[in-house]
Design a binder for this molecule. Structure first.
Ligand code: BG6
Length: 501
């Protein structure tokens, strides 16, 4: 097991929801698993005027997210939690620095600090600058790291500016851009499935693969995040970051070593090789957007997107995005990739489907089906191969059979959730599962023309009733005699299965 240095985590924007909902529960889980170092301190900071006890109660002892935890252990853990208010993110950080120094001396955290920015991105630059002015980014007396939450930029230009701004005050290897999909075990398993088995890799290319499909569906709508979502949309919220990260893992070349530099070098090459769509005809033919409309699901009325709180009643923000694209490199030349993401679909599911080419010459009735490898990221995590078998009896009639593996069969001690895994990696200085600046920019470079096209008036916006698999014509995006696989919550469910809840 890797060693974790003594250290302090300083959370900016600590009075916000993320700290109580994700960060503290993840840190408590690490504490219970004895993954925190011997000397460890959590210091929350924000503009709210709170005492240490107020903050402990809010995020741990009286937090609704911690109700079911062992209260005795939670009290012991809470002794490591402190709070220091600041006048504003753009103030001087003298008091904060003094508090950090004192805690560092009292708890022997060896001058190692992680600054976690859980604030609006508009203040990322200011905070980094103020930290640097307070000499808190300087690594002469302990290491210093900066974790930044998504969204990382609003488009290519803002992402480039943000990268440049952060790099003025921190080095690239100090910056950890979080993408919680990379913290998911099943996403990491994409690498292991591909590169620890000799059976898949020889087939993993344009010679044997017909097309690749990635679906990310959510059954919920925008809930209480209408204000944020209306300025973002499905393409920015899910596709540019989480789904392109998944694509890069599916499509990358084998790295020379399993290190953060080598793995991220290969991922960025994939993102850079994605064919950018610039003309309107190509954008029209290869992209599709939609928005959910009011509907009734299991007898319950469900609001349409435009009726959600915080959403403009005339909004043209997409809640469904489907993109067909190509990766122009030796391995993938000519293989279409189809990626879709949407809110208010029949079920919550994320999966990758590798469609292999059909046999070159069909001998048997029903043997024209393609072999499929389905990699389930969530839920019912696992992998399933669909292949043809003979129907017992006279003649040679072929039917599809399943060969499957379920992740739950091997995860004996429980799987770390994404935030636990990512926080522990940052504590240990491993940035493999964080996005690098050039990856983020390459992803935006591909997404920007689509955003621009969608902002214009020419791109159609299709409506779909909340609770169905997107716009009626979404299968038209797929070439040839193929359709989206519309899966159910269980890996083995076949398309057509529909859960309206
Ligand atoms: C977030 C998006 O990054 O990911 C949300 O902002 C989305 O809109 C969420 O619901 C999905 O994450 P998961 O892990 O539930 O698939």
């Amino acid at each position: 097991m890797k060693k974790t240095d003594n250290q302090m985590l300083i959370i900016f924007g600590a009075s916000g929801d993320l700290t109580a909902r994700k960060l503290i529960p993840a840190l408590f889980a690490l504490f219970q698993d004895k993954d925190l170092p011997e000397n460890y301190v959590i210091l929350g900071t924000s503009r709210s005027d709170l005492s240490d006890d107020d903050f402990r109660n809010r995020v741990a002892l009286e937090s609704a997210y911690m109700e079911n935890e062992d209260q005795e252990k939670l009290r012991t853990f809470s002794e490591k939690i402190f709070y220091q208010s600041i006048d504003g993110y753009d103030s001087n950080y003298n008091d904060l620095k003094e508090r950090i120094n004192k805690l560092n001396t009292s708890f022997a955290t060896d001058g190692n600090y992680i600054f976690y920015l859980s604030t609006p991105p508009s203040v990322y630059k200011t905070i980094s600058q103020r930290l640097s002015e307070a000499d808190l980014s300087n690594q002469s007396e302990g290491w210093r790291r900066l974790i930044v939450e998504k969204p990382f930029g609003y488009d290519l230009k803002t992402a480039q500016t943000l990268n440049k701004d952060l790099l003025e005050f921190f080095e690239e290897d100090q910056i950890y851009r979080i993408d919680h999909y990379l913290g998911k075990e099943t996403v990491q398993n994409l690498l292991v499935t591909r590169f620890s088995n000799s059976v898949f890799e020889p087939l993993w290319n344009r010679n044997y693969i017909q097309h690749i499909e990635v679906t990310n569906a959510e059954s919920l709508g925008v809930e209480k995040r209408g204000g944020y979502y209306d300025k973002s949309g499905a393409l920015r919220d899910m596709f540019q970051n989480h789904l392109l990260q998944v694509v890069s893992l599916v499509a990358m070349e084998p790295p020379v070593k399993a290190t953060s530099v080598e793995i991220r070098n290969e991922k960025v090459k994939v993102l850079k090789a994605m064919r950018i769509m610039n003309d309107e005809k190509t954008l029209f033919e290869n992209t599709m957007r939609g928005q959910y409309r009011p509907s009734e699901i299991e007898g319950q009325k469900v609001k349409g997107y435009r009726e959600e709180d915080g959403v403009d009643p005339e909004s043209l923000t997409e809640t469904f995005a489907a993109i067909k694209f190509y990766i122009d490199n030796w391995r993938w030349k000519g293989v279409p990739f189809y990626v879709r993401t949407a809110k208010r679909m029949p079920t919550k599911v994320t999966e990758v489907v590798i469609h292999f080419k059909s046999t070159p010459h069909s001998l048997f009735v029903g043997a024209d089906k393609d072999n499929k490898l389905i990699i389930r990221i969530h839920p019912d995590e696992g992998i399933m191969m669909k292949f043809g078998v003979k129907v017992p009896g006279q003649g040679f009639i072929v039917e599809e059979a399943n060969m499957d593996f379920y992740y739950s069969d091997i995860a004996i001690n429980g799987v770390m959730n994404a935030y636990e895994r990512l926080l522990l990696d940052a504590m240990q200085g491993d940035a493999t599962l964080y996005a690098r600046g050039d990856e983020v920019e390459a992803a935006w470079r591909f997404v920007d023309p689509i955003l621009n096209y969608w902002q214009g008036t020419k791109a159609p916006m299709y409506g779909y009733a909340a609770g169905v698999w997107g716009p009626e014509h979404s299968d038209d995006l797929i070439e040839g005699n193929y359709f989206w696989r519309n899966p159910g919550p269980n890996l083995a469910d076949d398309p057509g299965y529909c859960v309206l809840c």
